[in-house]
Ligand binder design. Sequence first.
Ligand code: 5RP
Length: 231
Amino acid sequence: MKQIVADAAIKEVESNMVVGLGSGSTAALMIKSLANEIHSGKLQNIKGVATSFQSEVLALELNIPLIDLASVSQIDLAIDGADEVDPGFQLIKGGGACHVREKLVASKANKLFIVVDETKLVQKLNQSFPLPVEVLPNAWKQVQDVISEMNGSSILRMATKKAGPVVTDQGNLILDVLFNDGINNPKDIEMSINNIPGVLENGLFVGLTDKVLVGKIENGNPVVYSPTRVC
Ligand code: 5RP
């Protein structure tokens, strides 16, 4: 499912575009498909803007020309994964702790396409997937206390194969937050959390997504569809 949705997204890329390269396993497949199109000559003069250390390393390995976020005035199309997508195309991202740069790239992109499998579609955000919040290292406890006053329970994300917490590409920590009944008003929660001293950015993406490409299995075969946004 992830592969066909990644391939479908690459069909939207045209020569001479600056393309935002998302993070996560689905975006990684998209980056590999993009490299194939570039090296076969189907796409020319593509420049990628990485959203993470992961996508930067992959693009370098695959010889995709990269340009720094600070050096581009605009990004034509960003393609990224998501952890949850609601019917209004509001997202939770940051499962890979990359949402700070992902949101910077998405905000600078003329279009943001999201590639997911059907399991990521939800009626309401944050009923099962925790909202990632990137915090300055010495502020995590203080931020946790404020989030708790907002009826959110949070845990410090711990690393695997390393003792201690996950450290982001920016050198910060991640709190994973669940609200009692999910998130009813993503825009308000996005702003309220970002207003807490010590918070760098949270994984709510509101009003940024132009298209969602969804992979699913139908009659035993993987297919892609693009749902209509419900306003
Ligand atoms: C990373 C992200 C990813 O896009 C998100 O976690 C989805 O990843 P995957 O495609 O592996 O399920 O937001 O911060």
